[in-house]
Design a protein around this ligand. Structure first.
Ligand code: SF4
Length: 405
């Protein structure tokens, strides 16, 4: 294994998970829960210990961290529930361990109605310059059916309050395919998002897997949590497509499968995931990735923290006292990842850049036979809008045969 070094131009993205919520939404398949505020101090202590040991951990893996961080993202969970002293503790630890650029993008995920003015002030004092609101729907019946604690009106008021407080960069998430959603109600939510004036909108198709209560109900044919009133998948796909057009017409252009932004409003932090730039994640179920360089023998490294709170907080038995799984990513697997994440971007991937990074492996990929799904535009390979709807199928077909090694 070769020792790896970050290049001078590389910058780091830092993610911290605050998985505490007031209530668990029926569709939520994230590692988050109602853990009780008594659990928070111990959790923050562990998360801060992770930050303190990040550099040593990377070095033990023979990787080096980029010196500067230019994006920070607090997700979860509901980090807007943090009290001001917890905000100060977290950002103090961050600044003590990383060189965060003065112009770094610093985002916090918020639930509408769950950002006290004291917390908002503490966040702004700490340098937070971007807030992302989990709205999911502006329709009261849809919010209530999925266990969201807000109404459409509360969302509108909350976004206006943030604008008055001087938060320049605001985003919101919507979910298409929710119980009780209709074409008209979906259009209403998207129109409300446009009218709110936010610079960034994310649209997620409802996932019905066994990691959420609603998903389990759907998979077992039940009707609880509104499972009996889900729109058909094809209809939801049509509504997603329509939303791409409505947002585009309003100047909120699609730049990734699920993400749309006004000019200058793209998420720097999330682009790091799609561009395979290095990032560190701290907290429950957080993921990290460091790149090992372009040498054919170089491997990238990714690691993931425990998904279960009891395990994450449990006595340290894993990697340097933390419960983590560490994977080495060889050049073939790294190219696959670069294709899967890069093709999520509307601008696609540059074939020349891929050749420079991955050399001969690029010639092993079978790009043919996907007319209408993949298109080449000069040097760039892009998913078509039809391809974006079935992106997982396209990615599956691009997988390289290990036998080609
Ligand atoms: S959707 Fe957001 S607020 Fe709801 S349970 Fe999941 S993380 Fe918490």
């Amino acid at each position: 294994m070769k020792a790896m070094h970050a290049t001078a131009s590389e910058t780091l993205g830092i993610y911290a998970s605050i998985p505490f919520c007031k209530a668990k939404c029926s569709f939520c398949n994230f590692a988050s829960g109602v853990f009780g505020s008594g659990a928070l101090p111990g959790y923050l202590e562990r998360l801060c210990a992770e930050m303190q040991q990040a550099r040593a951990f990377a070095e033990a893996l023979e990787m080096q961290l980029p010196e500067r961080a230019d994006s920070v993202y607090l997700g979860g969970g509901t980090p807007s529930l943090l009290e001001p002293d917890a905000v100060e503790q977290l950002f103090g630890e961050l600044q003590a361990n990383f060189a965060v650029d003065p112009n770094a993008e610093i985002t916090v995920e918020c639930a509408p109605g769950q950002v006290s003015s004291r917390t908002l002030e503490a966040l702004l004092r700490a340098g937070v310059n971007r807030l992302s609101f989990g709205v999911q729907s502006f329709v009261d019946a849809e919010c209530a059916a999925t266990g969201r604690l807000h109404t459409g009106n509360a969302c509108r008021q909350e976004l206006a309050r943030m604008q008055q407080a001087g938060v320049a960069r605001l985003g919101l998430d919507l979910v298409v395919g929710l119980p009780h959603q209709t074409e008209a109600s979906w259009r209403f939510s998207v129109e409300q998002a446009i009218e709110s004036g936010v610079e960034h909108v994310s649209i997620y198709l409802l996932e019905t897997d066994e990691d959420s209560r609603l998903g389990r109900e759907v998979l077992t044919g039940g009707t609880r949590y509104g499972a009996g009133s889900l729109p058909e998948e094809d209809r939801a796909a049509d509504w997603y497509q329509a939303a791409c057009d409505w947002l585009g017409a309003a100047g909120i252009a699609q730049y990734e499968i699920s993400n749309f932004a006004r000019a200058g409003g793209q998420s720097r932090h999330n682009r790091k995931y799609w561009e395979r730039a290095p990032y560190l994640g701290f907290g429950l179920d957080a993921h990290s990735m460091l790149r090992g360089g372009q040498d054919p023998q170089a491997t990238d490294v990714r690691w993931a923290n425990a998904k279960e709170m009891a395990t994450y907080m449990g006595p340290g038995l894993g990697e340097r006292g933390f419960h983590r799984t560490v994977d080495r990513v060889d050049r073939r697997a790294a190219l696959e990842e670069a294709l899967f994440t890069g093709l999520r971007l509307v601008e696609g991937v540059s074939l020349a850049a891929l050749r420079e990074q991955f050399g001969r492996w690029v010639d092993e990929v079978e790009f043919g036979g996907m007319d209408g799904l993949l298109a080449q535009n000069g040097d760039r390979l892009q998913l078509t809008s039809a391809g974006r709807l079935v992106s997982n199928e396209v990615f599956q077909r691009l997988l390289l045969e290990p036998a080609g090694v």
